[in-house]
Design a protein around this ligand. Structure first.
Ligand code: FAD
Length: 151
């Protein structure tokens, strides 16, 4: 049966890591949980993120033309829930800085990008980011997501 629910279910079988995308527009830091992330090219170093048409993040990245991808560690499920709106009450989150963008401490990797291309596809927008700075934490296990659940 080819309905939306079945499509979601099928895509949920693809196990992923979890990222929080961060950016700053007009002095305001915004974060959003995303697993629609992949590396695109090694030379030059490019990545892609896919942002839903209704997400606040869409206009934020359009404004800033920059974003950071923070690949979450296994002990950062709460941060994922905060930035996905799964925890409703507002929380104060501390950010560090990398290449002048806010990034999340304790993430396994922080990938800072400037937008080099933008493609509207259906109800999402794909942003191609050129990597301008990187931080990698050698130790630690990743947070995983599969079948709509954290692992
Ligand atoms: P909001 O809904 O306004 O913000 C998200 C949450 O982050 C709010 O609770 C807000 O309080 C909090 N927040 C934002 N900035 C700060 C800050 N500076 N300090 C403290 N808290 C802050 N959506 C996609 O479009 N693409 C994806 O790839 C994607 N993958 C997902 C993967 C997973 C595992 C999950 C659980 C969700 C995913 N989503 C994805 C859904 C997306 O995370 C939510 O729809 C999200 O709420 C959209 O965020 P928003 O930009 O509209 O901002």
């Amino acid at each position: 049966m080819m309905d939306e629910r079945t499509f979601r279910k099928a895509m949920g079988k693809f196990a992923t890591g979890v990222t929080v995308i961060t950016t700053e527009a007009e002095g305001v830091i915004h974060g959003m949980t995303a697993n629609a992330f992949m590396s695109v090219s090694l030379s030059p170093m490019l990545v892609v993120v896919s942002i839903g048409g209704r997400a606040q993040m869409l206009s934020k990245i359009k404004q800033s033309q920059k974003f950071a991808v923070n690949i979450l560690a296994a002990d950062q499920q709460e941060l994922s829930m905060i930035f996905a709106g799964q925890i409703k009450d507002k929380r104060d989150v501390e950010f560090s800085r990398l290449a002048d963008l806010p990034v999340i401490d304790g993430a396994l990797a922080q990938v800072v990008c400037e937008v080099v291309n933008e493609h509207v596809e259906g109800d999402h927008t794909l942003f191609i980011g050129k990597v301008i700075d990187l931080f990698v934490q050698e130790e630690g296990e990743p947070l995983l997501y599969v079948n709509g659940q954290y692992r």
